[in-house]
Design a protein around this ligand. Sequence first.
Ligand code: BDR
Ligand code: CA
Length: 316
Amino acid sequence: MTRLIIDTDPGIDDAYAIALACASPEVELIGVTTVFGNVGLADTTRNALRVLALCGREDVPVAAGADRPLVQPHPHLAVHVHGEDGLSGLADTLPERATGLAGVDAVSMLVRLLEESSEPVVIAPIGPLTNIALLLAAHPGVRSKIERLVVMGGGIDGGNVTAAAEFNVWSDPEAARRVLVEESVPVTLVPLDLTTRCAVDGAWLDRLGTSGAVGETLVRMSGTYREHYQQALGRDGIVIHDAVAVAEAVRPGILRTTRMPVDVDCGLGPSRGMTIGDRRDHRVRIYEAPREIDVALDADLDEVRAFLGSRLAGVH
Ligand code: BDR
Ligand code: CA
């Protein structure tokens, strides 16, 4: 069984991703770490605890991490997409978890979980990459304990928060560059290009909404997000970016990947946070790329939607 840690900024699609991990027998969710991003750190941490309580997981340790990016100030949160509290204004209606925080910061908990694990661990970072950059910079010895990072982030053909940049990478480009470009830990990057194609429609949401307590709550919590995506997609539906990435962690190979070097623009101009994927044949490149990573650009879209729908409906 794959041992999985989720690093997250809940966030509505993060909530779906956490619920997916909780509902999947292929993985053992051994920890959740939180980071600023969609909303501030206090809110993402409360939301992570409450989503785990909703899924009946008092046992999963939770630790809070970075409250800001490594270098530059964070330009803005994503409250227009996820609501002021990160969960469409419904965070306070979710059950409170009896088990509080682990009592250590996120990086310390990641180090402990990795060092204690006899098996390599998969980490799914689905928010800004600040915690993971700090972990790898300060504790290089844990690299060998990480099987791979399945990262939701980037957009090879353009962004969402700006024309060039995807939200998670744009939120801390220096951290993203460290993790995606400068490190050696294997990465599967799940960018907007694919997550957007996996959008689920109103009928999918209606089915989930009548599947049981967790599904009903997830759909009810999607209000602000659903309104945002109604505008963005031009039809009823949502893009559950983070759950698509966690699907790959749960069922390796459900997404189809292409190897390519990816760089991150850390400049301060209009393309800050852009992920530049080099899809050219390596024989025509005139430079030595630092490394190549796996980028998920294709999948059987109906299979992904069906997998997400059935798993999330099975959480009770
Ligand atoms: C990513 O940004 C956040 O708003 C979502 O939770 C997801 O992780 C999509 O760009
Ligand atoms: Ca997220």
